[in-house]
Design a protein around this ligand. Sequence first.
Ligand code: FPP
Length: 236
Amino acid sequence: MSGNPLPPAHVAIIMDGNGRWAQSRGLPRSEGHLAGAEPVRVILKAAHRLGVKFLTLYAFSTENWARSIDEVDNLFALLTRYLDSETAELLASGVRLKGVGDLERLPKTTRLALAKAEELTAANQELTLSLALSYGSRAELTRAAQDLALKAKAGDLDPANLTEATLTSHLWTGGLPDVDLLIRTGGDQRISNFLLWHLAYAELYFTETLWPDFGEADFLAAVTDFQSRHRRFGRV
Ligand code: FPP
């Protein structure tokens, strides 16, 4: 049985384990998130080099709002700093940045930094880096269902003509294709409300490695594993 000679076009990553990485060193959780910014840079470069077209990172879930105010503030300060400091590099390297999620809930400074990065990199086409922020698939699907119901009620949509493409276009993740490879670091083997629609036929790869320790060699191992798999998409 042959595998996939091509690299995955769309890689999604659940970057888990920052807190445990910090706690095992006697450090506050915020240090784990800080350390987690480095693999983002490393994996983006590696993905770009391999020819990956879409990289989608779970940076903050709808459930993460329940964390302490300090941790949430700290994470958004870090994300804002990342956007401010990396946008020029993203622009120069052909990467388009997008935020996906309930972005209106984000702190204003993060929203502004995100809008600026999205606008500056809008014409880039080599790789789309999507940051899932205040993201949860169930909220995303519920919101899409509400939008579609309102359109149907207003007479702008005939329910009989509703297709998978119509639904997809109403998701926060609208333009994203199906995920080919999902990587989750940190040892847990679950999806945690991430990209439920797009993961329908994704290959799943779980590793014990905590996100701050996840390097280029780990990423290449995940891609090599993906390339050895026989994808059937429900066929024989
Ligand atoms: C999960 O680890 C990680 C997060 C909730 C935040 C992810 C954020 C980063 C990796 C920061 C850098 C990101 C960018 C885009 C610059 P956890 O805190 O749940 O870890 P634990 O399971 O060990 O507690």
